[in-house]
Write a protein that binds this ligand. Structure first.
Ligand SMILES: *Cc1c(COP(=O)(O)O)cnc(C)c1O
Length: 377
């Protein structure tokens, strides 16, 4: 705590519950337009009528929490985020239940992670309470944008940027926190289909002491070139190994990875500092334990994956994250590497865990772990 305070004084001062003001949009989409967007929203293409803004500065801390019309930000060209990428973000979803109510999933985990990301990027920490309130405030005005078709949701994107007009290199003294929201269609059209993934051998996502465990835009910027390489090779996503030895599995560009051994053991790489701690990852481990499976967080090598598929010990491989929930992996490809069968069907345990998680999120199954928070009441 003290070292964060020394880079950004006041950054960790306890923040009081903020009062949000509302200036409603004067250009809200009419119902017909909203409904036509919600009928086929895609992902990340359409945005709701409003957004949340909370300002922070070094002297006054967090202030001016407000809900206003969605629209462009005014940024000075010298704004520090544009030069030094002092930026973090979160991603979570609002789900509509059958009775029309609106819920989100473990938002306190996202709030806590955003505080850890903020610390690493020398940004101020917003309290868990204010983070959750910011989401409630946005959903209170834009609740009609939460779709109701199966597997659809309203994707919530809180983010924080350094917006001080200053080219010197230090933690910014002015920061903005925002929340925008985007309706999201079912990730898989026509059923969940296994994907092929590409092994990055030339590029790393994160190194020792780096920002791999923080959810920051910079991590994504560095993953885009290998991601292009993946696409060129017919793969949906890129897998990164640890940067020190190039032998251990870290994670995909934006998803964590799991291995099913036999029918009763679930294995995922342990958090080393270069892996992002997914909320989905944590939830999947809990659901697996609930089913009586043995869950292991440990080192997983590329060699173990290869041998495990060859011997039949590894029976299923999947990736997980908020956007796609759980995605079966059929094959890993790379320069001189091919593990698994591109035509392999989705695994049974993979699909059962996916079903159970979405059943809880959509209120089709009891929320036995208290994971849901109601947003519209
Ligand atoms: C966000 C993210 C994940 C998944 O986290 P969830 O909380 O499950 O959505 C995994 N890896 C990276 C690099 C991420 O940015």
């Amino acid at each position: 705590m003290t070292d964060t305070a020394s880079t950004t004084p006041g950054a960790t001062a306890p923040s009081h519950p903020l009062q949000f003001s509302l200036v409603p949009s004067t250009s809200k989409r009419v119902q017909a337009e909203r409904e036509s967007i919600l009928a086929d929203p895609g992902f990340g293409q359409h945005f709701t009528d409003h957004m949340v803004t909370i300002d922070w500065n070094i002297d006054g801390g967090w202030h001016d929490a407000r809900v206003t019309a969605y629209g462009p930000l005014m940024l000075d060209p010298a704004s520090s985020v544009l030069h030094y990428a002092q930026e973090i973000f979160e991603g979570l979803k609002a789900y509509r239940h059958a009775d029309g109510s609106i819920w989100t999933f473990r938002p306190e985990k996202n709030a806590e992670r955003m505080r850890r990301s903020a610390r690493r990027l020398a940004l101020p920490q917003l309290s868990v309470e204010n983070f959750i309130e910011s989401i409630k405030q946005l959903v209170a005005v834009d609740g009609d944008w939460v779709p109701s078709a199966p597997e659809t949701s309203l994707y919530l994107r809180p983010f924080m940027i350094a917006n001080e007009t200053f080219l010197g290199v230090r933690a910014a003294h002015n920061v903005g926190y925002y929340v925008i929201a985007s309706p999201a269609g079912a990730y898989f059209h026509g059923g969940v289909a296994p994907v092929k993934i590409w092994l990055a051998t030339e590029y790393s996502r994160a190194g020792r002491g780096g920002t791999g465990a923080a959810k920051c835009g910079g991590n994504y910027a560095s993953s885009l070139l290998p991601q292009m390489e993946a696409h060129e090779n017919g793969c949906a996503q890129v897998l990164f190994l640890d940067s020190e030895t190039g032998t251990r599995i870290d994670e995909l560009g934006g998803m964590n990875v799991f291995f099913v051994h036999g029918s009763d053991t679930l294995v995922t790489p342990r958090l080393t500092g270069s892996i992002l701690e997914g909320v989905t990852r944590d939830s999947i481990m809990q659901l697996a334990r609930d089913r009586g499976m043995t869950v292991e967080e440990r080192e997983v090598t590329l060699e173990e994956w290869r041998l495990g598929i060859e011997s039949g010990d590894i029976t299923e491989v999947f990736a997980c994250g908020t956007a796609a929930v759980v995605t079966p992996i059929s094959q890993l490809k790379g320069a001189g590497v091919s593990i698994g069968d591109p035509d392999a069907p989705a695994g049974e345990i993979t699909m059962a865990l996916r079903q159970e998680l979405t059943d809880i999120q959509y209120g089709r199954m009891p929320d036995r772990h208290g994971w849901l928070t109601r947003l519209d009441a």
